[in-house]
Design a protein around this ligand. Structure first.
Ligand code: IVH
Length: 674
């Protein structure tokens, strides 16, 4: 492909991606699937690698990440990032109001109220319209440069094209994980047997400091902006700054309100106390700001906080109630979750009867005893938590909780792997909730997509002894289904055709559906792309698996263990015979050049600019071949960081040329490496 052809293609792909990005993130009306979207991005990425001079600073590929930061650079904030004074009481708020009035010598003033978003604060700098730097708060004076990570957040513009922007300005706001994104992330983690995260705020804060921006991109972080700073910004009120932020394309929460008096502010606080539970993110209070910027200046700052603003924090609603019992739930992967069964109480508008206790460590930390009175709290989050025990009400004969040692569902002795917080029931083939959970996992939309089958029907089919494993679904007959409650001709046909249709879902979905621990949808896609067929994957040993993109020791071990199990092998055989897709139907990447014609490569280690499967695509797209093991015939070992010493030694011994990522880029640009 010539440079001018590439430029046309890059422009076309960029505008397509921007169009779909806008539909997804601003209008919430996507027209294409996530997968199709990712494919467009990958095509653009491949082209930009090939023609680096055509990569623009606002290219949508920035959104997928790809930068590895070992240590974030610590930089000084041009304007310090101060915190706010806090209060929990209306009396103190009135004192704040009196101080403001006094500081302004009795001049009239207004407030601007916003919710206090519970996330991670960020400062983002734009120069000539382009996002150039994003810095965490740090200690307020210096923060970490997390630009590459922030660029992956799709609601943050990479470029502002409005006419009235100053050459340089700074915006500040809160990066957060929405309640939905957080729940989804945890469901996905649970689904593949990973431990879940405790709350959205800490997860957002951990995410923004991850070393691999590609991982950050997957977290689906979001950001509300609430502060505009800079020399040449011609606004006189905070209200106008917010309007500018909105007009320039930043995401601003629509929950703000201008208030004339502190009584009106109180009305705002009261109106959101329970209502905030309906918002898409966690909030923990209200921020009250003097609206006029000149008046803000007049009031100024103390050493640490502005005198023109204050945060009113909602008290987490907490009540004490009796812990009647601890129940234990068994998940699809056999993980045991203890649940507190409580004497029902009314808390923040809902009846609370149950609260998660996470794991055995949490029970010991709280020193829980059945019959105790416990404090239950509902903060911004939806799920109530047990925060502590009211020891003053403890009966003298109470005894500490003896954590169960056997599965409550099937009686099998539980196991706890060193270093893991959860107990597991190892009876994965015989424990009813695990069997049903595996089938529920198998039929979900991201997997085999059998939407005519639900939890209830699965439970009934299981009770009737008609299904024990996913493969049994494909043996179901019309006659079997007549035994189901309320199933008539139409629903029976519907279910059978749903099962039949699932035989067409692509191999990567099948691979995800069979439920190998730690193999989520993304890993399944990578494995399908790398190994191409189920047979090849089953034949792969630990080392071959490690050589696949995104596969670390934990996943490699899990895949090997899964396919070493005879019953699993039989199940796969049955699924294969039923006609499920066991081969990848993916097309090879579009041919770009013959520059690597007939050259063979082995890829090893971690790379700065490329993901491993991207490298593979680039090699193939330019006429080269990727092999999995080193032999004397191999042309190049493409060596990244952390490559195993054995490989290096073997390549050296056999005289294989070892090249770095830069040398590889040089080859693509037409300079020979040999
Ligand atoms: S204004 C100088 N507005 O709360 C004042 N902060 O305790 C700048 N926060 O570090 C902050 N929502 O991370 C402001 N609507 C909002 C906010 C907000 C959350 C956070 C912010 C700040 C902390 C102060």
């Amino acid at each position: 492909m010539s440079a001018s052809e590439a430029e046309l293609k890059i422009n076309d792909l960029s505008s397509k991606i921007n169009y779909h990005n806008d539909l997804y993130y601003q209008k919430s009306k996507p027209e294409i699937s996530d997968y199709e979207f990712d494919q467009l991005l990958e095509q653009l990425n491949t082209l930009e690698r090939q023609f680096p001079e055509l990569k623009f600073p606002d290219s949508p590929t920035q959104r997928v990440g790809g930068t590895i930061t070992k240590e974030f650079e610590n930089v000084v904030h041009q304007y310090p990032m101060l915190s706010l004074g806090n209060t929990y009481s209306i009396e103190e708020l009135k004192e704040f109001d009196a101080r403001v009035a006094k500081g302004l010598d009795g001049d009239p003033f207004e407030y601007f109220c916003e919710l206090k978003f519970d996330g991670v604060s960020i400062s983002i700098i734009y120069e000539n319209g382009f996002l150039t730097k994003a810095i965490t708060r740090g200690d307020g004076v210096r923060g970490d440069d997390v630009t590459a990570n922030v660029k992956t957040i799709r609601s943050i513009p990479l470029r502002i094209s409005a006419k009235d922007i100053p050459i340089k300005f700074e915006v500040r706001g809160e990066i957060f994980l929405s309640k939905i994104a957080f729940a989804k992330l945890n469901r996905e983690r649970e689904d593949i047997g990973e431990e879940t995260y405790a709350n959205a705020r800490n997860t957002a804060s951990g995410s923004i400091k991850m070393q691999d921006s590609r991982e950050v991109a997957k977290r689906k972080l979001d950001c509300y902006l609430y502060y505009l700073l800079g020399e040449a910004i011609s606004v006189d009120t905070h209200e106008r700054s917010i309007a500018k932020l909105e007009a320039w394309g930043f995401k601003v929460s629509p929950t703000y309100k201008k208030c004339k008096t502190i009584e009106e502010v109180k009305g705002y606080i009261d109106s959101w106390e329970n209502e905030r539970a309906q918002l898409p993110l966690d909030t923990d209070g209200v921020v009250i700001k003097v609206n006029n910027l000149e008046q803000q200046q007049q009031l100024g700052f103390t050493a640490k906080i502005p005198r023109w603003a204050i945060a009113f924090k909602y008290k987490a609603q907490s009540l004490s109630t009796r812990l009647n019992n601890i129940a234990y739930q068994v998940g699809r992967t056999g993980a045991i979750t203890p649940v507190a069964e409580l004497e029902p109480i009314q808390l923040a508008g809902t009846t609370v009867k149950r609260a998660s206790l996470h794991n055995a460590n949490e029970i010991s930390r709280l020193d829980l005893r059945v019959g105790d009175y416990v404090f239950v709290e509902k903060g911004g989050e939806i799920i109530p938590k047990v925060t502590s025990v009211d020891v003053s009400q403890r009966k003298s004969d109470s005894i500490p909780v003896d954590y169960i040692t056997r599965c409550p569902e099937c009686g099998t002795e539980l196991v706890r792997v060193e270093g893991e917080a959860n107990h597991y029931c190892p009876n994965d083939k015989g424990c009813p909730p695990q069997i049903k959970g595996k089938i529920e996992h198998f039929i979900q939309r991201k997997a085999m997509d059998i939407d005519s089958l639900g939890e209830k029907t699965i439970a009934q089919l299981f009770e009737l002894n008609l299904i024990k494993t996913p493969a049994d679904l494909y043996d179901l007959t019309k006659e079997d289904l007549t035994k189901l409650d309320g199933f008539k001709e139409l629903s029976i046909n519907n279910l059978l055709s749903g099962i039949e249709k699932s035989k067409q879902v692509p191999f990567e979905s099948v691979l995800f559906a069979i439920g190998i621990r730690y193999v989520g949808k993304t890993v399944a896609e990578k494995l399908a792309k790398h190994f191409k067929t189920m047979d090849a994957l089953m034949a792969a040993n630990y080392e071959a698996l490690l050589a696949a993109p995104e596969v670390g020791e934990k996943i490699a071990q899990s895949v090997v263990a899964f396919f070493n199990n005879e019953e699993n092998k039989k199940e796969i055989e049955r699924l294969k015979n039923a006609g499920l897709q066991m081969e990848s139907s993916r097309q090879e990447p579009e041919k770009l050049s013959n520059i690597l014609d007939a050259k063979t490569f082995v890829i090893s280690g971690v790379f700065q600019k490329y993901e491993r499967d991207q490298l593979k695509d680039v090699i193939i797209a330019n006429g080269g071949k990727v092999l999995s093991s080193i032999s004397g015939k191999l042309n190049y070992l493409l060596a990244g960081e952390n490559m195993g010493p054995a490989k290096l030694e073997k390549a050296e011994k056999l005289g294989v040329k070892i090249i770095s990522e830069e040398e590889f880029d040089g080859m693509l640009a037409g300079h020979s490496a040999s």
